[in-house]
Design a protein. Structure first.
Length: 233
């Protein structure tokens, strides 16, 4: 079985929010799709270990914010690689309360969909929630981000809880020549700092060696500090 075939599937990138009575959480998902148009119904696959899973299970509702290509990696990192049990993911993020009472993320969202759960399927590690759409609207004209764009242009990774997660293959090539500045990998999220690219979102210009990054620099995906990085060998 060649699991690379899965990489040929196309997806988008979404923030899923859920909760009730003042307790809310949100996470990144790439697995949202429309099931029927009449009545309008969508489905989302959520890992059972995720805090958002608890919220959807108990509140029976969720909202989907469809992210634009320009969404900063720090925002994706906050919703995708951090746990809502530890931090308030909504701090500093623009939201509006929808029909369902759930905060809908509107920062960097081109559209949103709110749904009430009408069915669910146990898929082992994940649950597929089926949601009847109660409200939706377009918020902007920007290009929605595809999962391929997230991986190839933004350099994003899939967290272990993502349905599409695959363990990284060991590098096939020999070590890079000593003369070339080393790349470093984030032990938390798998982001690779490439000195040739720098970190434009973090105002680090191309050509900056990892060793020369300021001490306060953090992983643009998950927010981990420099000490969480290891040399990529
Ligand atoms: Fe990271």
């Amino acid at each position: 079985m060649n699991k690379s075939a899965f990489y040929k599937l196309s997806y988008g990138l979404y923030v899923i929010t859920s909760g009730k009575e003042g307790r809310f959480n949100g996470q990144i998902a790439n697995t949202v799709f429309q099931v029927t148009s009449d009545p309008p119904t969508v489905a989302v696959s959520i890992n059972k270990q995720n805090f958002t899973h608890e919220h959807i299970s108990s509140s029976r509702r969720f909202a989907v914010s469809i992210l634009e290509e320009a969404t900063p990696m720090t925002m994706i990192g906050r919703f995708g690689f951090k746990c809502g049990r530890d931090i308030n993911k909504f701090e500093g993020i623009g939201t509006r309360v929808g029909k369902t009472g759930i905060p809908i993320v509107i920062d960097h969202a081109v559209a949103f969909i709110e749904a009430e759960v009408v069915g669910e399927m146990d898929c082992g590690t994940h649950t597929i929630f089926l949601g009847r759409v109660v409200e939706c609207d377009v918020l902007g004209a920007a290009q929605p981000m595809t999962y391929a764009y997230y991986h190839t242009v933004k350099g994003g990774k899939s967290p272990k809880n993502a349905p599409t997660y695959q363990q990284a293959e060991p590098p096939k090539t020999a070590e890079t020549p000593a003369a070339k500045a080393a790349r470093y990998v984030c032990s938390v999220c798998g982001y690779v700092y490439d000195p040739e690219k720098g970190d434009p979102e973090g105002n680090v210009s191309p050509g900056t060696r990892f060793e020369d990054l300021p001490e306060g620099w953090v992983c643009p995906v998950c927010g981990a500090g420099k000490d969480q990085f290891a040399k990529k060998g």
